[in-house]
Ligand binder design. Sequence first.
Ligand SMILES: NC(=O)C1=CN([C@@H]2O[C@H](COP(=O)(O)OP(=O)(O)OC[C@H]3O[C@@H](n4cnc5c(N)ncnc54)[C@H](O)[C@@H]3O)[C@@H](O)[C@H]2O)[C@@H](O)CC1
Ligand SMILES: [K+]
Length: 488
Amino acid sequence: MLKILSGDQVKELDSAHIQKEGISSHELMERAALSFIRWWESMVFSKALPVFVFCGAGNNGGDGFAIARLLFKGGWNVQVFRCFEEGNTLSPDAQKNLDWIPEGVPNHPWNEFDLSNEGVLIDAFLGVGLKGPIRNSAFPIIECINSFPGIKISIDLPSGLLADSPSNGPVVEADFTVTFAFPKLALLFPENAPFTGKIVLAEIGINEPIYEVFPSPYFFIQEKDILPRHRVFGQFSHKGDFGKIALLAGSKGKMGAAILSSKAALRTGSGLVTAFVPESERGIIQSAVPEVMCEFEESPDWNRFDALGVGPGLGLDKKDLLQKTLKGFTKPMILDADAITLLASNREMISLIPKNSILTPHLGELERLIGKSSDHLDRLNRVKEFCLQWQLNVLIKGAYSVISLTDGRQLFNSSGTPYMATAGAGDVLTGILTSYLGQGYSPENALICGVYHHGKAGELAGNQYRRSTIASDILEKIGETYLLLNVL
Ligand SMILES: NC(=O)C1=CN([C@@H]2O[C@H](COP(=O)(O)OP(=O)(O)OC[C@H]3O[C@@H](n4cnc5c(N)ncnc54)[C@H](O)[C@@H]3O)[C@@H](O)[C@H]2O)[C@@H](O)CC1
Ligand SMILES: [K+]
């Protein structure tokens, strides 16, 4: 997993890199610019479009100058716009790259930019070096960039956005943010989505051991992290090895939730799935999912199951049943939907949850559980406290869902699409997570694999159905995610 460092640590990363690999900060900047160019070429922008590069006085501006040079060499019609006063001192690497701008690239002060221009604007004004509240002198520059009607691409961060804390001042509203080495924390906050546009990760070849010395609780999950976390089953495995799981879900009028979670558990390889549903409703699930078994007792011997998922469509009148279940199951379990709402209003039950269990609230359920947050950073901190206090794992669902673990680490998922914001998508996830726990995955690996596959299945469904995507489509795409990730 990619460690997400703070803006302040980026500078230290530079020197760690220089010390360990003997690569200068200037070479690192060149790598960043080349990595940007690789992405740019993959976008096949029309060569008829002029490119305007707005450059600041720091290394973000340095990236901009280097990009302008490389684009010019590649045959693009490029112009540079300087976002600093005449006579200002530039960072050494920015100065070097400014000096290297070829003769044929026009170079103007930013206020000479003609807003009626058409083309692409590259925002290399401010990056992770922005400190504190933005100076007044920067306001008109950001306003000018935002008034440009063409495509806007921010380098590393949209200018004005603080790397890892909430921003109050004006911020560039980019269509794309090409960020180097790892996504900066603030890019993953939902409140910053209007500024970041689509986030593109551009690798600059920093080796993983170099990251090791930097402490950070934040990580970014990538596709390559998934396969090694899956369990491998042999030729002689039988259905008992794939887990015997139970789902306590569904109620009158909400049997769909039980169906979706049971099917998802089966689709992710559960050997045996038993749904605990009200007896009066059994016909619905048994005809919809013939592979699932049904039981109706209110407090069975839960411990005969390898894993237990509780909550989808359960109903809010099941407090006693939830309490008995929490007392009756001793292994980590999944708690979702109505189970979380019941816990939020009966907080004395939180201590009954088996340690290392997983709670999967959406933002509304989370708020009921931990109170209102002022912003995403505050939310992350509150959830971390909750996880540490109760030794529970919490998944904050949404874009870049966050897996918050019992040891304080917080992992951002990278798969998914807004088309997944549809009824029942969470029920599918509960089935997947319960399935992986039943197959012997640790809660951490169940979360990483489950959340990633769920997001990937949503992307595949979204690519096909766009806004008409429903939870059953996500479910039906789970199989394709196994092929895509090469999971046996
Ligand atoms: N260290 C690394 O690993 C790499 C860093 N690179 C680039 O370097 C950038 C960081 O460069 P720097 O540390 O030089 O910083 P930046 O270039 O991001 O910012 C420094 C500039 O911001 C101005 N500034 C600071 N606070 C301000 C405020 N409150 N209001 C208005 N202006 C303010 C400063 O006067 C200075 O001109 C990254 O974002 C990235 O683009 C890349 O070259 C790739 C490698
Ligand atoms: K920028």
